[in-house]
Each structure stands twice: as structure tokens, then as C-alpha cells.
Design a protein around this ligand. Structure first.
Ligand SMILES: C[S@@+](CC[C@H](N)C(=O)[O-])C[C@H]1O[C@@H](n2cnc3c(N)ncnc32)[C@H](O)[C@@H]1O
Length: 213
């Protein structure tokens, strides 16, 4: 964790004025498992004290990034909102071919434990994002399934949201075009990163609708 991040967390821990219960106050938002900074910056542009957290450095070099384990960040500091994009490699239906192997070598159990820890974190407002997969049967069904084409991107990528104290997202810009562009990307070292990057339209909807002040 960077020095700035640590100090921000310590400040929040020490503050008597915990939480942004009062309408209109900026919130402390942790965007867990985010390297792109797309959601972090959408919240910051609206005046919130938003931080991304990932095991790898932020793609945009931002100082508002906690380099480390999201589970530690979420449980060790005070946050008003958690928006999490945990890895789906052991959980998504698209990886069903490997499901049996992952189930028996413990990776699936670990991945579910990580999701459970994020969902049950001591944070007032929580959103956890993941593709369709085994979270629905092993933990609970999602509150909402969204598509990029509901938020201005003419592509399909069914994305589940598990929500606590947050409303379902209202589509902001329903567009035509139902391409599966992300799946057709040519293999490259950047493919996995680009495929998992949050769509700008979805990030803006999250910040507008969940971060309204
Ligand atoms: C599916 S990708 C989400 C990417 C995100 N939508 C974005 O725009 O950057 C999952 C991310 O979780 C990160 N990650 C995996 N385990 C983590 C952990 N324990 N703590 C924090 N980040 C983690 C990975 O490095 C990866 O960047």
C-alpha cells in the first residue's frame, strides 16, 4: 500500500466523523480489483474520495490506488461504499470446461471465499460485479444482470451485480449493435486486461446513480 493510501486510511480510521450518512457529503469509495481506474475516476469526478485497489499498479499511474489485497483494504479501513470487480476465472460459466479441475484443487473454494468476504464486508453500500457463473448457485442470485448495450456500447457481455443498499442501475443509453467484440479480440499480452476493463458507460452510470449527491 502506498504512503498516501495508508495515510488516507489512517485518517479515516481516526476520524470521529465516520461515514457519509448525511445527504450530499462526499463518500469514501473503494473500487476493489480495479487497475484501470475507470470507476475510481468516475466517482472522483463527482467529488468522492474514491480509491482503486489491485494487486498490480494502476494503469493510469494514479496515487489514488492501493497496491495490495482488496480484502485487507476493505477490512482495515473505513469505507462508505465498496464496488468490487473480483476475478472470474474460477467462477464464470464460460470457464466451465475447467470447472471440475478448479473445483477439486481448491481454487474455486478460494475464489468463492474472496467473493463472500467482499459481500459481507462492514460497508454500508456494496456492489460486487461478476459474469454469470457459480456465485448464483453457491452464494445467491444476482440482483441485476446488465449489458454494455444498455449503457451506450453496442456489445454484449452479460454482467451480474450483487447489491447491498444500492439500487439496480437504470440503463442510460440503449443502443443497437450486439457484437461480442471482447471475445473476438486477437490474442495479445493486453487481451485479458482490455477484456476485463469496465465499460466507460457503466462506470458513469454507477457514479451518477450510486454517487448522486
Ligand atoms: C476481472 S479483473 C477486473 C478489472 C477491472 N474491471 C478494471 O477495469 O480494472 C480482476 C482484477 O482483480 C485483481 N485482483 C485479483 N486478486 C486480487 C486481490 N486479492 N486484491 C486486489 N485485486 C485483485 C486482478 O489483478 C485484476 O486486475
Amino acid at each position: 500500500m502506498g504512503q498516501a493510501a495508508w495515510e488516507a486510511g489512517q485518517g479515516a480510521e481516526a476520524s470521529e466523523d465516520r461515514g457519509a450518512e448525511q445527504e450530499g457529503k462526499p463518500m469514501r469509495v473503494l473500487v476493489a480489483c480495479e487497475r484501470s481506474g475507470v470507476v475510481r475516476e468516475a466517482f472522483r469526478r463527482r467529488g468522492h474520495d474514491a480509491w482503486s485497489c489491485d494487486l498490480v499498479p494502476a494503469d493510469d499511474g494514479s496515487h489514488f490506488h492501493i497496491l495490495g489485497d482488496a480484502e485487507v483494504a476493505v477490512w482495515s479501513q473505513w469505507w462508505d461504499m465498496l464496488v468490487a470487480f473480483p476475478p472470474c476465472t474460477c467462477l464464470a460459466s464460460s470457464g466451465a470446461r475447467w470447472m471440475v479441475e478448479k473445483r477439486f484443487d481448491g481454487r474455486q473454494k478460494d475464489a468463492l471465499g474472496f467473493i463472500w468476504s467482499l459481500m459481507s464486508a462492514p460497508v454500508d453500500k456494496i456492489a460486487v460485479e461478476n459474469p454469470i457463473g457459480i456465485i448464483s448457485s453457491q452464494i445467491r442470485k444476482p440482483d441485476q444482470i446488465i449489458q454494455p448495450w444498455m449503457f451506450g456500447h453496442g456489445e454484449t457481455k452479460a454482467t451480474c451485480l450483487w447489491l447491498k443498499n444500492l439500487p439496480c442501475l437504470v440503463p442510460t443509453d440503449i443502443v443497437g449493435g450486439r457484437e461480442q467484440r471482447v471475445w473476438k479480440m486477437a490474442p495479445s499480452p493486453e487481451r485479458a486486461r482490455l477484456r476485463s476493463q469496465t465499460y466507460q458507460g457503466i462506470a458513469e452510470a454507477m457514479a451518477d446513480q450510486w454517487g448522486a449527491r
